[in-house]
Write a protein that binds this ligand. Sequence first.
Ligand SMILES: [Zn+2]
Length: 171
Amino acid sequence: MTQTIHRINSVEDAMISYHLTREQIEAATLNSNGNGSYFFTVKSASTPGVVYKVIYNPAMKALQCVSFDGGPVCKASEEGYNCWHKRASMARSVLIQLERRQQRESEIAQALAERTPEEIEEQAHIEALIAQGTDRETATRVVYAKPKRISEKAIKRDQERFAPREFRLLK
Ligand SMILES: [Zn+2]
């Protein structure tokens, strides 16, 4: 039975979706051309030491498995069939994107956890305004433009701090 997973959230999902073993996925490595473009290298399972190169061909809008560094072309590609090297590269790129997304999400969670009570209050106020129909930009401007409430204690402290010295001595 063929199982299809639309949203890949783990290596196991990728194995099912792309019909690969864990070893096949691990055989694929992302490489940079140094000019913003990337390719995958995939270790041959049948011939130790042999590596194939998987590139994206924008004209064909497809992946191509080609020779790496003057090495051989994989048998399937040579005969015009699809090979698992391309599927492994595809799975690998999806997993790399997943990793980056999880990294971003954990950074956001970290930032949220580190908020001060004042920031939490401000952000709750922004969300409340948005829920009432205000757009985010306006809600943010309104909340942050609000003059900060100055506590009695802070006023007293400043009065004391900036009071002439003799006043303080008289106290
Ligand atoms: Zn191949």
